[in-house]
Ligand binder design. Structure first.
Ligand SMILES: Cc1ncc(COP(=O)(O)O)c(C=O)c1O
Length: 438
């Protein structure tokens, strides 16, 4: 059912004539979740997907800043504008890192830094991609569930998010095929501009798209690109946060000529969100439209933090930090799952997906409305714990939204507070009777 866009929202008075887009931006869950957490500091928030304050890389950043500033020409360049695409040294380093991670799998690609763009975090990149690809009512197919800030960005652009089912191996290729077929039959295929997938340790589900599905998804996108390219946006922001199992090649590596997959990532989760350095590897055809759009906004993201990140990589500080971070998050994930086993096992209507990395555990409380106006959310707040209601993570159309899901994050809290938060959540769940499931 296509979304109906309001002409005006309640905030649009005659005096303050905001755009329709401003109206579409209201009601994003992130704001009330943050407000609730800030106004009640005693709450154990298992909601925020922030990184751990205690492991932020103070010394490494100091060393890199000193390194950049000690070299006068480099310091002067760093304090000057850069190109719209961003610092060339960092773009080279990022490409080399991706080539090392994907190895032979990337060999068919014509990869060069003129396809690499730097942005202020990957959200900016995702949003700008929306601006250059999507007109109002255009469609992006997304896993159900998906990263809710991305879904909010699509709504803000007036675009439609269309959910595709997932299983324990991530987005289901047959479900993607079926969704595309349906859209084709209803005459809406020309509106489909992209497929978005967070390919490693997804937010919120922690699912990694199985290696054997990657080629199939790119192939499906290409087969349905009859009215123009359907791009596949690979959000790889959690790739380097793997605590168990082994890495697999990117979705970009499954794109034979680099014309379909847009690869995006960021240093926010693996180093520091405050530095705001994200990047994308774009199909050549998108580079110019992307830069045109970006240059109307800022003609280049902050050069200084790009240079600092380049120095961090060059000095070997990034990999050192990653090793420490993975150990820390592995421990926290074990604390979360361990206490979930302990407290939830007796509750037969509670289940969750295994997580091998990232920052989240995705759980179900079957038959219980987990939304912010439902009985569990309030009870959980009363017990002193907050989570992200899963309902926010569902696209507007397609695969139906589930009302009984929860995203828990183990990133921010220390292990003992994670255990206490899970115990409190179990207490709240025990106080709410599930409705019989049909
Ligand atoms: C799946 C996903 N993609 C992208 C981002 C954006 O991160 P940033 O804009 O800080 O790079 C996040 C942040 O939470 C995320 O979870």
């Amino acid at each position: 059912m296509p979304r109906i866009f309001p002409e005006r929202s309640a905030t649009m008075t005659n005096e303050c004539r905001l755009s329709r887009r401003a109206g579409w931006a209201v009601g994003q869950p992130i704001r009330y979740l943050m407000q609730e957490a800030l106004s009640r500091p005693e709450l154990i928030s298992l909601a925020a997907g922030f990184v751990d304050q205690e492991t932020l890389p103070l010394e490494a950043t100091q060393a890199a800043v000193d390194h950049v500033l000690a070299d006068r020409p480099r310091a002067q360049a760093a304090l000057q504008y850069t190109s719209t695409m961003g610092d060339a040294v960092l773009r080279e380093l990022l490409l080399a890192r991706l080539e090392a991670a994907d190895g032979a799998a990337l060999s068919g690609q014509d990869l060069a830094i003129d396809r690499v763009v730097l942005t202020a975090g990957s959200n900016e990149l995702l949003y700008l991609l929306g601006e250059i690809l999507l007109d109002e009512s255009d469609i992006v197919l997304c896993p159900a569930p998906s990263y809710f800030v991305y879904l909010g960005g699509l709504a803000n652009l007036g675009a439609r998010s269309y959910g595709v089912a997932v299983d324990q191996h991530g987005l289901i290729p047959e479900a993607l095929e079926e969704a595309l077929q349906q859209l084709d039959s209803s005459g809406e295929l020309p509106r489909v501009k992209a497929i978005y997938v967070c390919t490693y340790h997804d937010n919120p589900s922690s699912l990694t798209l199985a290696a054997e599905r990657r080629l199939q998804i790119v192939e499906t996108a290409r087969r349905y690109s009859r009215h123009g390219t359907i791009f596949v946006i690979e959000d790889a922001v959690y790739r380097e946060l793997r605590y168990f199992g082994t890495d697999i090649p990117s979705l970009l590596a499954a794109d034979p000529d680099g014309s379909t997959v847009i690869h995006t990532s960021s240093f926010s989760k693996t180093f520091s969100p405050g530095l705001r350095v994200g990047w994308g590897i774009l199909p050549t055809a998108l580079v110019e439209p992307f830069c045109n759009q970006k240059s109307n906004i800022d003609f280049g993201s902050p050069h200084f933090t790009q240079q600092v990140m380049a120095a961090i990589l060059q000095l070997g500080l990034y990999d050192q930090h990653l090793d420490m971070l993975r150990d820390s998050y592995r421990h926290k994930l074990e604390a979360m799952v361990g206490s979930m086993e302990e407290h939830f096992r007796p509750l037969s209507h509670v289940s969750w997906l295994p997580a091998e990395g990232g920052l989240y555990v995705w759980m179900q409380v079957a038959g219980v409305d987990t939304g912010s106006t439902g009985p569990l959310f309030r009870k959980a707040l009363d017990e002193g714990v907050m989570y992200v209601p899963g309902i926010h993570c569902y696209p507007q159309e397609g695969e139906p939204a589930r009302h009984d899901m929860i995203r828990l994050s183990f990133g921010v809290q220390p292990a003992e507070r994670i255990r206490a938060g899970v115990a409190s959540l179990a207490q709240a769940i025990e106080e709410v009777s599930p409705l019989p499931t049909p």
